[in-house]
Ligand binder design. Structure first.
Ligand code: S3P
Length: 201
């Protein structure tokens, strides 16, 4: 995995039109954002797609559309296993299409077949954040069924610990910024540019 430090070949770089154009022309696979709930996969992902002029798909939204119900209801009515089956199928479908940006659900990588497909068929980017940052962002959310427990912060922390080795299989990782999500978009442009400049995906 490549972790980005703001430099390419030792030189500090800034986001530029040239970088966004370079990314668009060198991208042969979809970009898939992975990481915990609250990391900003949907919000930052939509902004990044807009900046790059790429289509944007949120796998959770697609699952909701297919089922005609919100994620929380799918968990309640059919259980997590059925949700995971639908998530797996949805992500495999999305990977077949032209390069675009896919925001995956936080637990998508827990299915080993989905994880392998993401590794082989996408440029997988981990939005990494510490538990405190994630907790600040998700604590008021009503649509995270896995956090409907007695101690949701503890649950969040244990999910993060279990999943870290899975997320760490991404091609690139970025530490998300807490203050300004626009900084995350800028950081992502830089890391994608750096990665595509040195690797073929
Ligand atoms: C989940 C994360 C959610 C959603 C579902 C399960 C998880 O997506 O897919 O509630 O297992 O971490 P976000 O990561 O977009 O919140």
């Amino acid at each position: 995995m490549q972790a980005f430090n703001g430099k390419v070949n030792g030189a500090k770089i800034r986001m530029s039109k040239q970088q966004t154009e370079f990314i668009k022309t060198h991208l042969t696979k979809p970009i898939a954002l992975i990481g915990m709930m609250g990391a900003g996969k949907s919000h930052t992902g939509a902004e990044l797609a807009r900046t790059l002029g790429l289509g944007f798909v949120d796998s959770d939204k697609m699952i909701e559309e297919k089922a005609g119900r919100p994620i929380a209801d799918i968990f309640e009515e059919f259980g997590e296993e059925k949700f995971r089956e639908s998530e797996h199928k949805t992500i495999l479908e999305l990977l077949q299409e032209a390069p675009k940006l896919i925001a995956t659900g936080g637990g998508a990588v827990t299915n080993p077949v989905t994880l392998e497909a993401l590794k082989a068929q996408s440029l997988m980017v981990w939005l990494n954040a510490d538990v405190e940052t994630l907790w600040q962002r998700v604590q008021k959310s009503q649509n995270r069924p896995l956090l409907k427990t007695e101690n949701p912060r503890e649950k969040l922390e244990s999910l993060l610990e279990q999943r870290k080795p899975l997320y760490a299989q991404a091609h690139v990782m970025i530490e998300i910024q807490t203050a300004n999500q626009n900084d995350d978009v800028e950081g992502l442009i830089k890391i994608l540019y750096a990665y595509l400049n040195t690797d073929t995906v």
